[in-house]
Design a protein. Structure first.
Length: 96
């Protein structure tokens, strides 16, 4: 069974060098053998940003090869708040 802290450390490490100025927050959820990574951007999501988040998911997959990892790029513009939904853990949040 995966521990919350091991997933948090994995996603945090995977974000190194992949965070752009438009990335507002990164959250993950884990259930039924799936890790979903939610990447929230301010403004239009560029192809570079999508590629960076795909790299993050690939890095996490390398840490947990028996788990399905999927990234979700979402646009939520400031000043709209990023929802803190049950079951999600925040890994990164920029100062706003």
């Amino acid at each position: 069974m995966l521990e919350r802290s091991s997933i948090l450390v994995s996603v945090n490490r995977a974000l190194l060098g992949e965070v752009s100025a438009s990335l507002r927050e990164v959250q993950y959820s884990f259930s039924d053998g799936n890790i979903d990574i939610f990447c929230v951007f301010d403004g239009e999501i560029s192809e570079d940003d999508r590629e960076s988040m795909s790299c993050v998911a690939t890095e996490v997959t390398a840490d947990f090869p028996n788990v399905t990892v999927q990234e979700h790029c979402l646009r939520i513009d400031v000043p709209d708040p990023v929802p803190n939904l049950p079951g999600r853990v925040t890994v990164f949040a920029r100062k706003e």
